[in-house]
Design a protein around this ligand. Structure first.
Ligand code: ADP
Ligand code: MG
Ligand code: MG
Length: 249
């Protein structure tokens, strides 16, 4: 699904990713943990093709396709989904318009039949229900005046409608209460399938009780410095990151 080799990237000429390797097979869930400032969000932004992140070496392919040469929107159409750590507001554009346009673009690219308005609304209502969001949210401006928890639920709803091949959730758990955390986890778990992969960036072992990962990686100082199974998350909770190469003391 995703193959990252020796990826190096900088932001404003500061080197952040320093030779990162990661291979993700279809159906796998990989958790990425690590100290603040290690480059976790940068990895997501680089994969999504956000402006301001310069790739200085290495490669990243999605199903064999070179991601790094595609525009941001093209990557989304190829099936990449990035739930932003701080979701943006788009006042004046309703959530529903935004979602419909995104879903239309993705389906057209995958040569799937377009969803008519009725079917789209049906799916959108189901997705709202799955994440416990009132249907009124479909009519509101994208993220306009949403609480932190509502934004996160909204992200998961977007993901459910877009049906990505690879979803990257960056600290989708930060600031969530236990109920909202469970809703997010349920959304992810409902989408887990042998064809779909996830990268879950989190600071909290707790989330991984609900979204059980196949692999856990520690990203420190721009590289993956340790990988293991879900027991690694428990070990990190106990010991912190200081004992690892590049881990903050
Ligand atoms: P993490 O998500 O692991 O906490 P980030 O990827 O957000 O880490 O940040 C890694 C490093 O890159 C930090 O030192 C951060 O200050 C820097 N950085 C990230 N984005 C920017 C940016 N847009 N401008 C300047 N520095 C940035
Ligand atoms: Mg951070
Ligand atoms: Mg981050």
């Amino acid at each position: 699904m995703l193959k990252i080799e020796n990826l190096q990237a900088s932001v404003t000429e500061k080197s952040i990713l320093k030779g990162l390797n990661l291979t993700i097979k279809p159906g796998e869930v990989h958790a990425i943990m690590g100290p603040n400032g290690a480059g976790k969000s940068t990895l997501g932004h680089v994969l999504a093709g956000r402006d301001g992140y310069e790739v200085t070496g290495g490669s990243a392919t999605l199903e064999g396709k070179n991601l790094l040469e595609l525009e941001c929107e093209e990557r989304a159409r190829e099936g990449l989904f990035l739930a932003f750590q701080y979701p943006v507001e788009i006042p004046g554009v309703s959530n529903m318009e935004f979602l419909k346009a995104s879903v239309d673009a993705v389906r057209a690219h995958r040569e799937l039949p377009a969803l008519d308005a009725v079917n789209f609304m049906k799916k959108a209502r189901e997705a709202c229900k799955a994440v416990n969001l009132d249907q009124q949210f479909l009519k509101r401006g994208v993220n306009e005046g949403f609480s932190g928890g509502e934004k996160k639920r909204n992200e998961i709803m977007q993901m459910m409608l877009l049906e990505p091949k690879l979803a990257i959730l960056d600290e989708t758990d930060s600031g969530l209460d236990i109920d909202a955390l469970q809703v997010v986890a349920n959304g992810v778990n409902a989408l887990r399938s042998p064809e779909r992969s996830f990268i879950v960036v989190t600071h909290y072992q707790r989330l991984l009780d609900y979204i059980v990962p196949d692999y856990v990686h520690v990203l420190a100082d721009g590289k993956i410095v340790k990988s293991g199974d879900k027991s690694l998350a428990l070990e990190l909770e106990e010991k912190g990151y200081g004992w690892l190469e590049g881990g903050a003391a």
